[in-house]
Design a protein around this ligand. Structure first.
Ligand code: CTP
Ligand code: CA
Length: 237
């Protein structure tokens, strides 16, 4: 099958994959999170390892059974990260000397400006409404893209819910150009698509927004197609 055909075509590559959803604390018992299960990122990490790469998986919050699949691979080293800031630090450290960095993690765009040292209570509230003051997190992917070493390939993921008046491709193109990564893998999400499921559909765009690869299938098939796209653009440079 296709797996055998690809063989160990990533042997000798050092890769970093971030996966799962970050959790931004509100107080000691609460956080702001997202629905990422980590499945697609873990599939990207395992596909690379199976094809011979040495992989560092920077794992934000990932379903335990999903993470267990990655932990059995001898070529996957797992580093844990909780918040966007921790993930950024872990990815940058692992990225030193890496050939490819894939940011598949669902990174919080905002964090709580001041995390409460004690559990917030309704007793302290003035009434039935409460506000959280949020501030933007750093854009880890954009930082990696602008600071990349020669020969290093930076890949992002974008989960999109396109508006009715634009296609997934149009929306993905704008983000690909804005991010500056070598590749952006764009997939459609919704209440019933993309998360916690095993199938996925993906458009892989280069930094000019050109379509490099397209994949549909289970998350492993999509991961293999992404690595084909990564190999292709690395070979072209
Ligand atoms: N990303 C990141 N750091 C952030 C936010 C996102 O590195 N603070 C990365 C993600 O891991 C992903 C890519 O950027 O690889 C695209 O994420 P996405 O949320 O689609 O991009 P944003 O720029 O945050 O755009 P949006 O406002 O649509 O959420
Ligand atoms: Ca975002």
């Amino acid at each position: 099958g296709e797996g055998a055909e690809r063989g160990r075509d990533l042997q000798g590559l050092r890769v970093v994959v971030s996966a799962g959803g970050t959790r931004e604390p509100i107080d000691p018992v609460r956080f702001l999170g997202n629905r990422s299960s980590g499945r697609q990122g873990v599939a990207v990490a395992c596909a690379a390892a199976d094809r011979g790469a040495e992989v560092t998986l920077v794992a934000a919050h990932i379903d335990a059974n999903v993470l267990a699949a990655a932990s059995v691979s001898p070529r996957v080293r797992v580093v844990r990260a909780g918040t966007a800031a921790e993930l950024g630090d872990a990815v940058r450290e692992a990225a030193v000397g890496a050939d490819v960095v894939v940011m598949a993690a669902a990174v919080a765009d905002y964090r709580v400006a001041e995390v409460s040292a004690h559990k917030l209570s309704k007793e302290q509230a003035d009434g039935p409404e409460v506000s959280l003051h949020l501030v933007q997190t750093e854009d880890i992917l954009a930082g990696l893209a602008s600071g990349r070493a020669p020969g290093q390939t930076i890949v992002g993921f974008a989960a999109e819910t396109p508006a009715p008046d634009e296609t997934l491709l149009e929306r993905g193109r704008r983000k690909a150009v804005r991010k500056g990564a070598d590749l952006l893998a764009v997939n459609r999400v919704g209440w019933a698509e993309g998360f916690e499921v095993d199938v996925n559909a993906l458009l892989v765009l280069d930094r000019r927004g050109e379509l490099v690869a397209e994949a549909r299938g289970d998350k492993r098939a999509v991961a293999d197609a992404l690595w084909d796209g990564i190999r292709k653009i690395r070979a072209e440079r």
